[in-house]
Design a protein around this ligand. Structure first.
Ligand SMILES: [Zn+2]
Length: 268
């Protein structure tokens, strides 16, 4: 089998099961970019009988965590960002929270109902300053195609997917998704670096590699360092710095203006 990322030969390296041992699956691992892919996934209809798997009880805390992290990164490193798209945005909770925080986010999802951001539907033919894609890439049957599509409408893509870098036992790794059968593409740092090189992008990761960034423009080194390695502060530092530390002001929320616009639309 050829690697779906770099097109080099990918060796079969594990035979295992899905859906509580009901279905067999073979995984292939690429020696060049370390990408791991499941065999051609014929079981996806079963895996997606409900768009958001019933066992995903982490949905709310993940949205809160991701929105706080993104807010902090955008305020410090991308202060002038305007239109943003959340790709495969699910119920639209992340879009709503980001709008509450003053970021002009829009929703897009081919498979899920938009519950929380109904009035802010984005399009894959528009351009965006930033795209976010949380817990998406591991679901993709054709990751290269999707990533290149996203890069055609934005130069900056933030995404999450668990990396295989420190996984010693892939078979029992929780992220393999034995029960749901939805995860079929597994990335390594080398895979992401390969994608970055191929598309002439910079690759960064944040928060212990929980958030990744592919970007056309290099992030200012100094700003990045201050953000990634804030100076250790003693209590005296803190007292002395309080007067001089640069303060990043949160943005003005869209909550009130969105509410007024929606009410006006509903009344007309
Ligand atoms: Zn490869």
């Amino acid at each position: 089998m050829n690697c779906k990322i770099c097109n080099n030969h990918s060796n079969s390296f594990l035979e295992s099961t899905l859906f509580n041992n009901e279905q067999k699956v073979t995984y292939y691992k690429c020696k060049t970019c370390n990408f791991i892919q499941a065999e051609e996934p014929y079981w996806l209809d079963r895996a997606y009988s409900s768009a958001i798997t019933k066992s995903d009880i982490g949905l709310i805390s993940r949205n809160i965590y991701n929105s706080n992290l993104l807010e902090s990164i955008l305020l410090h490193l991308f202060p002038n960002v305007n239109k943003c798209l959340d790709y495969a945005a699910g119920y639209g909770m992340f879009v709503r929270i980001m709008r509450d925080k003053g970021f002009d986010f829009y929703w897009h999802d081919d498979y899920c109902e938009n519950i929380f951001s109904e009035h802010f539907v984005g399009s894959l033919s528009a351009k965006y300053d930033i795209i976010t894609a949380f817990e998406v890439f591991e679901h993709l049957p054709n990751p290269t195609e999707t990533i290149e599509k996203l890069l055609s409408i934005s130069e900056t893509i933030f995404f999450t997917t668990e990396l295989t870098d420190n996984v010693s036992d892939f078979n029992s790794w929780w992220y393999r998704g034995e029960i749901s059968g939805q995860h079929i593409s597994f990335f390594h740092t080398n895979t992401l670096q390969y994608i970055a090189n191929k598309n002439k992008l910079y690759y960064y990761s944040f928060a212990n590699q929980t958030l990744h960034l592919l970007a056309k423009n290099k992030i200012d080194e100094q700003a990045l360092n201050v953000f990634l390695h804030p100076p250790q502060r003693t209590i005296w530092d803190r007292i002395l710095r309080r007067a001089t530390a640069p303060i990043v002001k949160p943005r003005t929320s869209f909550l009130t203006s969105d509410y007024n616009a929606i009410i006006k639309q509903l009344n007309s």
